[in-house]
Design a protein around this ligand. Structure first.
Ligand code: ATP
Length: 334
């Protein structure tokens, strides 16, 4: 091969940076996924598409079908019907081939109670193979013990650990292979704020390095803080999904303000605001629900400006994830 003068030679293969994790390739794909326990259908035809490197949160009411979905994606149980692909394989039939690339933290860990933390880690090292992402596994474990504040517990028997410490040990062993795809089923339930912080430090580090994360949690603020996309399940179906912004857009924002008693707030109904807005005559406090905050705010401000009305304590706030969750969970009753 010849190079023209001034063209830098291509670096030798071994000097080139490793290719970045494939962008926009799919880690998890489910179409029409159904799962039953005998005659009871717990998951009723859900579609999921989770990209490599994405942080995805699966939220939902108690009994919505999150754990059943996770266990099916993890290959622990067979789907009743539907098409499912996890890391390009059938997670139930091709378990063995994808298992080394998965990290799984179940709701309950199955540790040997009489082993110490150190013995448990050594047992894990003996049972696992390969060094994740080129780092010695011993180093990954030691670093994880440190991040999760378990280094001083090496000689403590697992049965003597607190619930939160067991949970963190569980997380460590679920992630020590630095998995390509990590399933976390309510990883922070029962953890104190400091332990939750450490848990997220470890998980965020993995996600930043390319690990796809699928999380179930009842702490909505965790999904708000960390998830690229989320889905809310109810009664075996996905009721809402998308980015946080997309999900929040489904619930009305609120424009609220106070006016003097002489102002006729009923006039606001002529501005073409939401039909759900029904002002109380003679009220001085106004709350306008809005599905187009920018447009409606402009209408309210123009009205106030044209009539020289002062809006006190004016605020415009978008809906919360809690409000969307509430709407989903009472949806069929509403
Ligand atoms: N082994 C089982 N046999 C029969 N029904 C089951 C079994 N496991 C779960 N179910 C039922 O399936 C439905 C979904 O349960 P699942 O555990 O998937 O819900 P979840 O969303 O994870 O709930 P939670 O938030 O309470 O953990 C529930 O109605 C539950 O009672």
């Amino acid at each position: 091969m010849t190079t023209s003068p001034g063209t830098p030679p291509l670096p030798a293969l071994q000097d080139r940076p490793a290719p970045a994790a494939p962008v926009d390739t799919i880690a998890v794909s489910a179409e029409g996924l159904r799962c039953s326990y005998g005659s009871y259908e717990a998951v009723r035809g859900i579609d999921l598409s989770i990209r490599n490197g994405e942080f995805f949160a699966l939220l939902g009411t108690n009994g919505a079908g999150k754990t059943t979905t996770m266990e099916t994606l993890e290959g622990h149980r067979a789907a009743t019907s539907g098409a499912l692909s996890v890391l390009g394989a059938d997670p139930y039939r091709d378990k063995a081939s994808i298992r080394p690339r998965l990290g799984i933290m179940l709701q309950e860990a199955g540790f040997a109670d009489d082993l110490t933390v150190e013995e448990t880690c050594r047992l894990w090292l003996r049972l696992s193979t390969g060094d994740p992402r080129g780092r010695p596994r011993e180093e990954v474990i030691a670093q994880g013990l440190d991040v999760l504040d378990l280094s001083a517990k090496g000689s403590t028997r697992v049965k003597m650990l607190s619930g939160g410490q067991r949970r963190r040990l569980d997380l460590l062993l679920a992630t020590a292979n630095e998995p390509d795809l990590l399933f976390l089923d309510e990883p922070t339930t029962g953890l104190d704020p400091e332990s939750r912080e450490r848990t997220w430090e470890l998980v965020r580090g993995l996600n930043d390095a390319g690990t796809t994360v699928v999380l179930t949690t009842h702490y909505l603020e965790e999904a708000e803080s960390y998830a690229d996309r989320l889905a809310i399940m109810h009664d075996g179906e996905i009721a809402v999904d998308g980015t946080l912004a997309e999900v929040l857009r489904r619930e009305p924002s609120t424009i609220s303000f106070e006016v003097e008693a002489s102002v006729d707030v009923v006039e606001l109904t002529r501005l073409g605001l939401s039909p759900d807005f029904v002002p109380t005559p003679a009220s001085t406090q106004v709350a306008v629900p809005s599905l187009d905050l920018q447009q409606d705010l402009w209408k309210v401000l123009s009205w106030a400006d044209a009539h020289r009305i002062r809006l006190d304590r004016l605020s415009a706030s978008e809906a919360s994830l809690a409000a969307v969750f509430h709407r989903v969970s009472v949806g069929d009753a509403a």
